[in-house]
Structure formats: structure tokens, C-alpha cells
Ligand binder design. Sequence first.
Ligand code: IPE
Ligand code: IPE
Ligand code: MG
Length: 246
Amino acid sequence: MAALEHITGEGNSTVPRHIAIILDGNGRWAKKRGLPRTAGHAAGAETFRRIATYCKNIGVNYLTVYAFSTENWSRPEEEVKSIMKLLDRYLREAIATMERDHIRMKILGDVSILSPSLRAEIEETNRISSRYEGFQANICLNYGGRAEILQAAKRYARDLVEGKASADLTEDGFSSYLYSAGIPDPELLIRPGGEKRISNFLLWQCAYSEFYFTDVLWPDFTPEELDRAIAEFSRRDRRFGGVKNG
Ligand code: IPE
Ligand code: IPE
Ligand code: MG
């Protein structure tokens, strides 16, 4: 597909339409520098800004990042509070620039328990996003893959009982109940920070994603590192259960 071919720093690579990233390693980045974990989260937010811009420039259509999981509430209250404050600031700043840069942004997760100011910002980003087409950044917030599938099952069951859905449920039909409704599955999932696990991220959507793990801590992640991930992705043989051609 010509529209998906782009020159990255690693030569002529196929740029995935949708890249997902688990933003991990902020705490260790800070610790290495003798800084509080919060400083790592602040640095991580800057890295997200840089990488999102880079993705937009090389023709990625969707960038989905894992920013706060349903499990992250178990962290010390101070850390949770500071992450929420950072997200609040980040969204406020993003709202100010989305119109200028024509960026779409979607928050995926159970936002109902977030603070009123965060929820107001999320509504505003949705409102602005509906005016544009093109690059979309998805931020997973109070997101859990299992929680996402469970709420989809509950909503489908309700629709079925109310006669709004057919009993003949398909995979596509079920996908439309997920937070990610309408967004194609990620072709490439990147996890920086050295861990090799999925940590409850996009369990349904990553059924056939290519995984790329790196020890680089998220705040140190660069466009060159993204190029490396894309180059590696381009070399993978995606068979989807079939057999290799030739
Ligand atoms: C990722 O960095 C950010 C969140 C999960 C909110 P971490 O805070 O998990 O950083 P490490 O894994 O402790 O280094
Ligand atoms: C995954 O990172 C969640 C986010 C990046 C939001 P964690 O640091 O929470 O994951 P674990 O604890 O290493 O599995
Ligand atoms: Mg971590």
C-alpha cells in the first residue's frame, strides 16, 4: 500500500498504520538520576509529545499509549495524585494546540471515576477531535484490557435484552463495544523499560500485533528508537496463521 510506505531513519520501512506503546520505565529513569519518581513521569510526558509529533510526521495514523492502568491505583497515593495532576496539565496544554495542529485525541478507559476537571478536558478534546481527520493519539487512562472486554460484554448483553442487538454476535460486532471502537488494531506494540509482558494492555486488539521490546527507559525513547522498531517490524513475516509465500 503506497500510502503506508515512508522513508524513516532506518531506510525504506513500512510504517504501521497503528502503533501502540506501553509507556514504562519512568520511575527507574528518575531513580537513576536521584530524582523523585514524579520527575520521571514529567520527563515521560515530554517524550510522549516528541514521539507523537514524530509519528504524525512519518505518516502513522494512530498512536495508542498506555498512560495509567486499572492496576496503577495500587501505587502510593502521592504518586497517583502527581500522575493525575500531570495528566490534567498535559490535557489542558494539548487542548490549546490541537486546533493549531489538527490533532485528534481520544481517551480510552473508564473515565467515570476521574476528577471533574479531567473529565471536562476529555469532553473538550473529544469535541475538538470531531472536527478533524488524520493523525489520532489515543491515551489509555484508567485502562485495563480485561475491564474493557467486561464492560463491552455487559453493554452488549443489555442491548441484546433490550432488542437493540442481534444474538448473532460477530468479532467486528463485539469490537464496536470496546473503548477502541472504530480504531483498527495496532500492527506494532512497543514496550520500552525492559519488561516483557503485556500488563493488561489491549488484550483483544493485540491478537496479531508484532511485539517489540527494548531496555530503553521511556523518558529516553527517541525517534531513532522508533525507527528501529519500525525497521524490525518491516522485517517480520506476518502470517496470520497461514503459510509463508514461496
Ligand atoms: C510508567 O512508568 C508510568 C506508569 C505506569 C504510570 P513506571 O512508573 O511504571 O516506571 P518504572 O517501571 O517504575 O520504572
Ligand atoms: C504498565 O506499566 C502500565 C502503564 C504503562 C500505564 P506498569 O509499570 O504498571 O506495569 P508492571 O507493573 O510492570 O506490569
Ligand atoms: Mg513500570
